[in-house]
Write a protein that binds this ligand. Structure first.
Ligand SMILES: C[S@@+](CC[C@H](N)C(=O)[O-])C[C@H]1O[C@@H](n2cnc3c(N)ncnc32)[C@H](O)[C@@H]1O
Length: 343
């Protein structure tokens, strides 16, 4: 019996999947070396770029040629010189919506080595990060300021388009005090305060992260519109807000820990206050979704998970909340609105 050869299109689709990590590292290297910034004023020879980045000229040419084959940079018809493309523009430091810090975060050894132990997470259900680095991710960040800086800048660069989409999709105007729990570098709170001059804000995060939020929220802090609070959301959440925000926080934690955070918020909020989870919501079925990919990262990195709408409803219910509605945004994130069940 003759076996049918696999369809060439299936073989190339599988090869793309199997080699995806190489592209991640190639984009990471270009971002780390700042190649797109060096091309800002026009095309340059690979040898010239190699000198500027202290790399070996033939090796750098090979990197540029590969990235050009993916639409990141393009080689000029005369050969040897490379220029920017719209994708390469996203790796510049000075463009609005730059993803350079995110590309760096995604290729750093911290993440790369954790994914190298993916099977550990699959066999144990525990985060590979802790196994490789000997402590949970957020404890590691507290001990390693440079790693924490790369992560906060990476998340902030990814958040730029998400924040705009969230501000456009939700009616924040009715709120008086917004408390952003685990607010990171403060870019979402800053966007909400800028769009709604009557709102006051409170940002809670770990002490080293709050310091990174200070420059972003500086003018709001100086005019008394914003308070920065260093703390631990497993211990206590600032009381008195009428709108609580948790953006990409619940996805960092398994159910028991997530419920602990939510219960602390329920205890802090006034009865009629609202809670917004800004999260990716895993869609049903086989459709491709960034949420399904990010879910794997959560598995190896923090032990958290991306959740379906049903899972969000159950989790919120466990903590005394009722899910009111899920509002999609123009970005990959959705807004899950909830109120306390006794409100
Ligand atoms: C994935 S980041 C999201 C940051 C921000 N909300 C955003 O969307 O860019 C999770 C945040 O939770 C903060 N965090 C982790 N553990 C915390 C704790 N125990 N107390 C307060 N914040 C914490 C981290 O420092 C980080 O800023």
């Amino acid at each position: 019996m003759t076996q049918q050869a696999p369809a060439p299109s299936d073989v190339s689709a599988m090869l793309r999947l199997v080699t995806g990590a190489w592209i991640t590292q190639a984009v990471y290297a270009a971002a780390k070396l700042g190649l797109a910034d060096l091309l800002r004023d026009g095309p340059r020879a690979a040898s010239d770029l190699a000198e500027a980045t202290a790399t070996e000229p033939r090796a750098l040419h090979r990197l540029l040629r590969t990235l050009a084959s993916q639409g990141v940079f393009a080689e000029e018809p005369d050969g040897g010189r490379f220029r920017l493309t719209p994708l390469a523009d996203l790796l510049r430091s000075d463009t609005p919506g730059s993803l350079r810090p995110f590309a760096i975060m995604m290729g750093e050894p911290l993440l790369w080595r954790s994914f190298g132990e993916f099977l550990y997470s699959l066999r144990t259900g525990k985060p590979a990060f802790d196994h490789v680095f000997g402590q949970p991710l957020f404890d590691y960040y507290a001990d390693h300021p440079e790693a924490a800086r790369i992560a906060v800048e990476g998340l902030t660069s990814r958040a730029a388009s998400e924040n705009m989409a969230v501000v456009a999709a939700y009616e924040f105007g009715a709120a008086q005090t917004v408390v952003d729990v685990g607010g990171g570098q403060g870019s979402l709170l800053a966007a909400i305060l800028a769009a709604n001059p009557q709102i006051k804000g409170v940002l809670l995060d770990k002490p080293h992260v709050v310091e990174m939020a200070r420059p972003v929220l500086d003018s709001a802090v100086r005019t008394g519109r914003c308070t920065l609070q260093a703390g631990d959301f497993f211990a206590e959440v600032p009381p008195g807000g009428d709108l609580y925000l948790l953006k990409k926080v619940i996805h960092d934690w398994e159910d028991e820990r997530a419920v602990a955070i939510l219960r602390n918020i329920a205890a802090a909020m006034t009865p009629r206050a609202r809670l917004l989870l800004v999260e990716l919501v895993v869609p049903p079925g086989n459709a491709p979704s960034f949420a399904k990919l990010l879910d794997l990262l959560m598995m190896v990195y923090t032990g958290g998970r991306e959740r379906t709408e049903t899972e969000h409803r159950a989790l919120l219910g466990e903590a005394g909340f009722e899910l009111r509605r899920v509002i999609p945004t123009e970005s990959t994130v959705s807004i899950v609105e909830a109120v306390r069940r006794d409100s």
